[in-house]
Design a protein around this ligand. Structure first.
Ligand code: SF4
Ligand code: FES
Length: 367
């Protein structure tokens, strides 16, 4: 019997706890608390199941994964299992000692996020003034002998600072910088009116990106993650549903992507009840949108269906309430007007209102 090809990567969301409150956080609106989190023993078992399933890379994420004191144990377990490890961090809490102990445990790489080029941006977006902690974390990563990868989410409030943001990353010694135009789910969708850039802003930012990319060459690899609302066709989200990766949330619920907890019409399996191999191959949630058989028209009869897999299921749900619909970003989608309306507002009006910062103010989901 043949099952689906194994996943390549596991996103281990070890916690939702975080010292920052980013307005575009990809965590669900209903944040989990410490009391909901898997134990060290649970994670060790899950990592073993991941390796047995064929996973090659583990990305430790959150929230802020450094808030877990057992991160070194989990990294060491990955090393024992032959898994490549990457730490996705805000940098807050990454002291010299912590970095050394993580590297000693076998950590292979780290990705440090910034909100902009100065403390004001961190304060506006993340409700924290700790920009200096990020600079210190960049130094600590390099001193620990790890390559410094950085990430910044781009949007209406920082796109005009792109040159200065790139300068900061050059100064801090980054080797790779992901320029991730905001994707609108969860907290970002809630703040969409204030975060959506105008077309003119984007066009200018693309000019800056191309100029700096040519100028920096191999010194700093720049990666431009497309602003999908402005695209003609959707992104092949996650390389297709349940195709190359899976996410284990802090409470052990397993998702095909980091945002799928927001699809409230679906039930997702838990590592408390099933092993990862069974979840990957047999669970209804993972099979629901795998491949192309599930597709409605226009995707079903579209020549691009193997290229973009009908776009993003989470975006389809967030905008239409039905995860099985064509991603409204697609120009062929019957719901494309939802995207065009948002763009029209972003290009005609100066948005009012206030940013809503990510906070655990809503009750946690029951398992
Ligand atoms: Fe992709 Fe579906 Fe649009 Fe075709 S119709 S481009 S498969 S989202
Ligand atoms: Fe979940 Fe795109 S973010 S499928």
């Amino acid at each position: 019997m043949t099952g689906p090809p194994p996943p390549y990567g596991l996103l281990a969301e070890v916690t939702h706890r975080c010292p920052l409150h980013c307005v575009y956080c990809s965590n669900p609106l209903a944040l989990l608390g410490k009391q909901d989190e898997l134990t060290t023993g649970d994670w060790v078992r899950v990592l073993g199941e991941a390796a047995a399933l064929g996973v090659l890379q583990v990305h430790f994420s959150g929230g802020e994964p450094l808030v877990r004191g057992d991160l070194e144990t989990l990294v060491a377990e990955c090393r024992r299992l032959g898994l490549y490890t990457n730490l996705i961090t805000s940098g807050l809490g990454l002291t010299e000692r912590r970095a050394e102990s993580l590297v000693a445990a076998g950590l292979n790489s780290a990705q440090l996020s910034i909100q902009g080029d100065a403390a004001e941006a961190t304060d506006l977006i993340a409700a924290s003034k700790r920009f200096d902690s990020k600079e210190a974390a960049a130094r600590v990563v390099r001193d620990a002998g790890l390559p410094l990868n950085m990430n910044v989410v781009l949007h209406r409030l920082n796109l005009d600072r792109l040159d200065a943001i790139i300068d900061v990353c050059v100064k801090w010694g980054a080797e790779r910088l992901e320029l991730a135009n905001a994707q609108y789910y969860g907290w970002a969708l809630r703040n969409r009116a204030l975060l959506m850039p105008s077309k003119a802003q984007l066009d200018e930012a693309v000019v800056v990106y191309e100029r700096r990319k040519a100028e920096l060459g191999e010194r700093l690899e720049l990666l431009w993650i497309l602003p999908d609302y402005y695209e003609t066709y959707p992104k092949p989200c996650m390389g297709g549903w349940a195709r190359t990766a899976l996410t284990v949330a802090p409470d052990g619920v397993v998702y095909p992507c980091p945002v799928a907890a927001e699809i409230t019409t679906m039930e997702f399996p838990s590592v408390h009840d099933h092993d990862l191999a069974g979840i990957w191959a047999k669970s209804a949630a993972f099979q629901a949108f795998r491949g192309t058989d599930w597709m409605p028209d226009p995707c079903r009869s579209c020549p691009r269906k193997e290229l973009d897999f009908g776009g993003c299921r989470c975006q389809a749900f967030a905008l239409t309430g039905d995860a099985a619909r064509t991603d409204p970003v697609c120009r062929h989608s019957p719901d494309h007007h939802l995207v065009l309306d948002a763009l029209s507002r972003a290009n005609q009006e100066e948005p009012g209102g206030q940013l809503v910062h990510r906070r655990p103010t809503v009750p946690v989901r029951e398992r």
